[in-house]
Design a protein around this ligand. Structure first.
Ligand SMILES: *[C@@H]1O[C@H](CO)[C@@H](O)[C@H](O)[C@H]1NC(C)=O
Ligand SMILES: *[C@@H]1O[C@H](CO)[C@@H](O)[C@H](O)[C@H]1NC(C)=O
Ligand SMILES: *[C@@H]1O[C@H](CO)[C@@H](O)[C@H](O)[C@H]1NC(C)=O
Length: 199
């Protein structure tokens, strides 16, 4: 069941727009700006009976919001709509973090900005550079990771496949993804997350 909260979204946006006016070009939104979120510099409190108060940042050009259900993850929110990536969700709602641990139940997230174009769903085995901002990433990944590979929600590809297709050892993968743990142990890649496959 998908519930939209237009009133909450509008009230939220109204309070944010007073902080930072959206930069428009003389003939409306420029092509360059159109796909990008316009974020206010500071967070504002969102308060409700269910959520308590959470300080959140939402784009001033947000066009739709969705109230997160309890038990949801970035993956369930992304799958529910199938019209934006988890990377976009993070860019529009920065407090959720690249690991997506900051997603709060009962708090509205922005699910679209003006002119955004959906590149399609991320699939298991897709590899991204750091510049592409892979989200969600496994927590603890080394900061100098240069290549990330996505494991889908079904756990595909397996870690064994990831190791062989990237020509890396288990110890290398462990040292980049669980650097504080014993690299000779069998650590698992997380379903629905990017892991580091080159550093
Ligand atoms: C995704 O779909 C929802 C529901 O139809 C809509 O409100 C939202 O604007 C869409 N987001 C994008 C990025 O198209
Ligand atoms: C990346 O960082 C780790 C420690 O976080 C270090 O051991 C490794 O040598 C670094 N790799 C490169 C290519 O700089
Ligand atoms: C795989 O990695 C090893 C060790 O880094 C290297 O010697 C070998 O040439 C690589 N093989 C391929 C096919 O890239």
């Amino acid at each position: 069941m998908v519930s939209f909260t237009i009133t909450v979204g509008i009230a939220l946006l109204a309070s944010i727009s007073s902080v930072a006016a959206a930069p428009f070009s003389s003939n409306g939104i420029s092509l360059l700006d159109a796909r990008q979120e316009e974020l206010p510099p500071t967070c504002s409190d969102y308060c409700s009976v269910s959520a308590g108060c959470v300080c959140i940042i939402r784009p001033t050009n947000c066009v739709a919001t969705y109230i997160v259900d309890s038990g949801e993850t970035c993956g369930t929110v992304v799958d529910r709509f199938d019209n934006f990536t988890a990377t976009a969700l993070f860019k529009w709602n920065p407090e959720i973090g690249k690991e997506c641990f900051g997603l709060h139940a009962y708090v509205p997230v922005c699910i679209g900005v003006t002119g955004y174009q959906y590149p399609g769903a991320v699939e298991g085995g897709d590899t991204w550079t750091p510049e592409q901002t892979p989200v969600p990433v496994q927590p603890g990944i080394v900061t100098n990771c240069t290549k990330f590979e996505y494991t889908d929600s079904q756990g595909s590809p397996t870690l064994a496949t990831i190791l062989s297709s990237n020509n890396i050892t288990k110890e290398q993968w462990n040292s980049w993804n669980v650097p504080t743990q014993d690299p000779t142990q069998d650590w698992a890649s997380w379903a629905g997350y990017f892991s580091c496959v080159e550093a």
